[in-house]
Design a protein around this ligand. Structure first.
Ligand SMILES: [Zn+2]
Length: 364
């Protein structure tokens, strides 16, 4: 399938979605904000590797000189990484997987019922789709929400942490990016039951109480606006609770999301323009969608237009698909599209030539 046809196809599917999402922005007030930043650049960092404090400082100094202002760090020792980032003048945000709990041995062992179930009745715990690490918990379940609020409260209460960054805050892909279809030998021109979540007992019962229907008995669950909205609201409700606990600690909360609001709703049930976050980081990874670099501008523009005024959007860029020249082009077109800066995936992919271009285009 050619790329234009992919976007046309998912655009047509999105038209069946129904009512526009309502914003939850008004549900919290105050708290820290990233709005004052005019332009700011970020990078994701895999912090789990065994490096000394001096080695991290060296890495962080290198990216700071090139125009990076903040790091989003997964794994590793919080105090060691945070001290190194702060010493080099970088903000330190914790990057955390939320609904994909493959690495959560406690949840897997103690709460197998928490894991999402597809339209064929298979749990991601026993039948992870696509890849072996796709094991997801259900955001509709209150015990899951309570557990995750506790996880994020603990992270946000750490004085070394400047902010919290959500990842995998979505359902498993019902439609994969077209650039990955060949890899998995798939053609996802509709929502197939083995990839469609969540039909667990709690989701079915909660939806039945709201609508009078069991989602499994809908004439076509893939095109039912109420059932789609239910799943958007389920994730949005979880995000809202996480935002409350992080804001109560006086910290900002942000998230990595799919490239545009329409694509996010259709592919992974993310209604991210309705989420009460301090900033969003759409992963505008053009190569995943067989697009060229210029697409970064239009995707950025769509996201900015959907968000409340002044809420920052940082365009996520995929370094393995960008030469140094193309990185500079992507930063420029993201800016044209209204971004507040860029976020690069990830630090290990930044060559010296990338950094030269980034510094020049960032005016640092
Ligand atoms: Zn469920």
């Amino acid at each position: 399938m050619k790329r234009r046809r992919f976007l046309e196809t998912i655009g047509a599917m999105a038209l069946g979605v129904g009512a526009a999402p309502c914003t939850l922005w008004g549900r919290w007030s105050g708290g820290p904000s990233l709005r004052s930043q005019v332009s700011k650049n970020w990078t994701w960092v895999h912090g789990g590797s065994e490096r000394s404090s001096a080695e991290w400082r060296s890495d962080f100094a290198r990216i700071k000189r090139a125009g990076i202002d903040a790091v989003l760090v997964s794994g590793g020792e919080t105090a060691l990484l945070s001290d190194a980032a702060h010493a080099e003048g970088l903000e330190f945000h914790r990057w955390v997987w939320v609904l994909n709990r493959n690495g959560d041995g406690w949840a897997r062992e103690n709460h197998p019922e928490w894991f999402t179930v597809n339209r064929n009745g298979e749990s991601t715990l026993d039948h992870p789709p696509y890849v072996d690490y796709y094991r997801w918990v259900c955001p509709t379940r209150e015990p899951v929400r309570e557990y995750l609020r506790g996880v994020f409260d603990e992270i946000a209460s750490d004085q070394n942490v400047d902010g919290v960054h959500l990842d995998y805050i979505r359902h498993s892909d019902v439609i994969l990016p077209i650039g990955l279809w060949d890899k998995y030998d798939l053609v996802q021109d509709q929502e197939y039951p083995e990839f469609d979540y969540c039909y667990c007992d709690v989701c079915r019962e909660t939806f039945r109480e709201l609508s009078g229907s069991d989602p499994l008995e809908l004439p076509d669950p893939t095109r039912d606006p109420e059932w789609k909205q239910f799943r958007y609201d389920s994730i949005t409700g979880l995000v809202s609770g996480l935002a409350d606990v992080v804001h109560a600690r006086g910290k900002p909360i942000t998230a990595a999301v799919f490239p545009t609001p329409d694509m996010a709703r259709l592919m992974v049930h993310q209604d991210w323009d309705a989420w009460p976050l301090d900033a969003v980081f759409p992963m505008i990874y053009h190569s995943f969608y067989l697009e060229d670099v210029s697409w970064v501008e239009s995707a950025t523009r769509e996201g900015v237009a959907a968000l409340p005024a002044q809420r920052p959007l940082y365009s996520g860029l995929y370094l393995p698909s960008l030469t140094p020249d193309e990185l500079a082009q992507a930063v420029r077109v993201a800016r044209e599209g209204g971004s507040a800066g860029v976020a690069l995936f990830e630090m290990g992919g930044l060559s010296d030539d990338h950094l030269v271009e980034l510094r020049a285009v960032s005016g640092r």
